[in-house]
Design a protein around this ligand. Sequence first.
Ligand SMILES: NC(=O)c1ccc[n+]([C@@H]2O[C@H](COP(=O)([O-])OP(=O)(O)OC[C@H]3O[C@@H](n4cnc5c(N)ncnc54)[C@H](O)[C@@H]3O)[C@@H](O)[C@H]2O)c1
Ligand SMILES: N[C@@H](CCO)C(=O)O
Ligand code: NA
Length: 433
Amino acid sequence: MSGAASRQPLKVALLGCGSVGSEVARLMTTHADDLAARIGAPVELAGVAVRRAGRSRPGIPDELLTTDAKALVKRGDIDVVIELIGGIEPARTLITTAFEHGASVVTGNKALLAEDGPALYEAADRHGVDLYYEAAVAGAIPLVRPLRESLAGDKVNRVLGILNGTTNFILDKMDSSGAGYSEALDEATALGYAEADPTADVEGYDAAAKAAILAGIAFHTRVRLDDVHREGITEITAADMASAQRMGCTVKLLAICERAADGRSVTARVHPAMIPLTHPLASVREAYNAVFVEASAAGQLMFYGPGAGGSPTASAVLGDLVAVCRHKLKGGNGPGESAYTQLPVGPMGDVVTRYHISLDVADRAGVLAHVAAIFAEHDVSIDTVRQQGKDGEASLVVVTHRAPDSALRAVVDELRKLDSVRGVASIMRVEGE
Ligand SMILES: NC(=O)c1ccc[n+]([C@@H]2O[C@H](COP(=O)([O-])OP(=O)(O)OC[C@H]3O[C@@H](n4cnc5c(N)ncnc54)[C@H](O)[C@@H]3O)[C@@H](O)[C@H]2O)c1
Ligand SMILES: N[C@@H](CCO)C(=O)O
Ligand code: NA
């Protein structure tokens, strides 16, 4: 018997046995010997909380199953709680109860961390236990740990990436096949990427929660879901995609967290954006995620891989499990969260970027001059204009140089008032140039 195997086992309670939880349980069994050797003691699945009783779970002895998650975390002999239920309650209460009973927690719950992360980080700290959550952002891709630990000596200025697999799959489909949004969503649902209710993905809530978590760690400040400007992909049309392609671009749902130029605030936003086909994020296909981190000393780092799915996400959970078990065994805790910079989160109006605006206008003399004058009045410089006319109507596509979002909004408000402007068909930001 190896030294690790002869040690007293560390007891683990698993809350939730869905896509990720069931994979975690399976890997804990199949990798048991390696986990014991790496941790220095065996890990024992001591209980599994499920919502419905009476159904056997493959690989999990029936006597470990319980529908009373609260009693499980209160048992007093649990070293680590793995929370994979999701949502705000009862997950929040279960996690804080686990802390009160001396257990460290590993979770993939981005919704909860974006809503109430700081209170939970503080509670973990107060009780001298760990709260680890690599699975919460970009699934299997190591991103939380590199930001929290590897880059702790650097100054991160920007985090930009694709943080939602479902929407990337839909946009990729629209780009490669010319499909409309609904058709691409149907395919994502049929393949099991999009859930029955895809709102959190397609409206950008899932990516915004991940952006809030990343911005908080990257800039050492507090960022909540409500601080993140959020736009989803439901309004993206096949025409938008075709227009992007004409510019040598594609459309991606991006999450962008940035330090302001004066260093006094940060911004965090999730919205669709055109990016040039030459940009590495343009080649992120299907349900993959990819994230760029720009830091003062390190320069530009790219993280890429499967950001969702039971098995990839379970990989991140197990990595965290090993880390917190090592701390349990050796004493002490991993790095906590720090919000020492107290940088405020600035409004979307402060964000400076480029825009692609598509207008339906009357095709007559002077219209272009009127439109151009409104851009000039607000100091928004035009890069290119493309006009296509038919039967007295025309579509006008204006691409700007970099300008503050507030100035662009003012331009659009005035354009809408012009008689000759029939409608603003789309406004999209252009990133990555
Ligand atoms: N699936 C992914 O690709 C993925 C990726 C990253 C993070 N996550 C996160 O991981 C967590 C779990 O996701 P999932 O995809 O496995 O979800 P899931 O819906 O497949 O699993 C959740 C399970 O929890 C159970 N449950 C709900 N309430 C419970 C309760 N009170 N007690 C016991 N069990 C309860 C449900 O019955 C379900 O089986 C979520 O926070 C999710 O955001 C998921
Ligand atoms: N629904 C999420 C799962 C991973 O968090 C996605 O599509 O990326
Ligand atoms: Na991750």
